[in-house]
Write a protein that binds this ligand. Structure first.
Ligand code: AMP
Length: 272
């Protein structure tokens, strides 16, 4: 994992207690603190082969690259970062409006294997034009009618006057291994506890006992909340795990339902 996955990968290892022994070092390989794990930093596109050939026990790379390289590896865990989608796009002025209308079109991509697979799954037959970079200029150069490329913010498409026809594949960083061996399974368990923890927050609040039902109804996604009596008569404290993505809309609703002294804290590990 080099390139755009490098920083978030190293930070995941750090949060899991497996950070580099010498922090901040820009080395291509480093031993971890606290654990007998050696980390090798290589291009994300090379990771599937390294894992498949047994050079390393596990690898972190993009799910798109695992499919593109056709590597014989097992995906152990989705890591919650490096999200992007493989999308088909055409010039703004193109008459093509839907993915199905790509049938028979010339499509430029630097992900030919993955593109062929996902178009075949949708029974769309195109002529693929393999390019190694600057895919987004291919229609302007007259090389293709459309492109298939990775999109994260969408700004590259917009800057190049391209209109998305939709996503063909959703990718994110994944942990892969050749097989579910002892080392790989143990590392996957450690990383899973951090990935799940990052997706949640620990919520603590005080409320009048009569507001409890209304407040519990607002946190239905959480595991059974803990309700503790407070020294103040008629008041209780409620603790619950809530999805991080729901927090922005949850807090005002909790306040409106009578919650006070609301505390929201990050979770470091979750082991179910
Ligand atoms: P954006 O403008 O943020 O949509 O990014 C699109 C550009 O970044 C395209 O040139 C893509 O090829 C490249 N890109 C986006 N996401 C990834 C990714 N996860 N891995 C490699 N390249 C990517």
């Amino acid at each position: 994992m080099k390139g755009r996955l490098r920083e978030p990968s190293v930070s995941l290892l750090e949060d899991a207690g497996l950070g580099p022994e010498v922090p901040g070092e820009r080395a291509l390989a480093f031993p971890c603190r606290n654990a007998p794990v050696d980390v090798l930093l290589v291009r994300a596109a090379d990771v599937p082969e390294y894992v498949q050939d047994g050079v390393v026990d596990c690898g972190i790379t993009g799910a798109d690259l695992v499919r593109e390289r056709g590597a014989n590896v097992t995906e152990l865990l989705r890591l919650g970062f490096g999200a992007c989608t493989l999308e088909a796009a055409v010039p703004e002025e193109s008459p093509i409006e839907t993915l199905a209308e790509l049938a028979g079109a010339a499509v430029a991509t630097s992900y030919p294997h993955l593109t062929r697979q996902v178009l075949l799954e949708r029974e769309i037959q195109c002529e693929l034009v393999d390019v190694t970079g600057s895919v987004e200029v291919a229609p302007r150069l007259g090389l293709a009618d459309a492109i298939v490329d990775l999109v994260s913010s969408g700004s590259t498409l917009r800057t190049n006057g391209l209109r998305s026809l939709g996503a063909l594949f959703s990718s994110e960083a994944v942990l892969i291994a050749r097989e579910e061996g002892e080392h790989a399974t143990r590392l996957a368990g450690i990383l899973r506890s951090v990935v799940e923890a990052r997706q949640n927050r620990y919520l603590m609040l005080n409320a009048p006992r009569e507001s409890l039902d209304a407040i519990c109804a607002l946190v239905p996604g959480s595991r059974a909340p803990s309700v503790l009596p407070l020294a103040e008569e008629g008041m209780v404290a409620l603790h619950a795990l809530v999805p991080a993505q729901d927090v922005w809309m949850l807090l005002p609703r909790l306040e409106a339902a009578g919650a006070s002294s609301i505390l929201l804290v990050p979770v470091e590990r979750m082991i179910s």
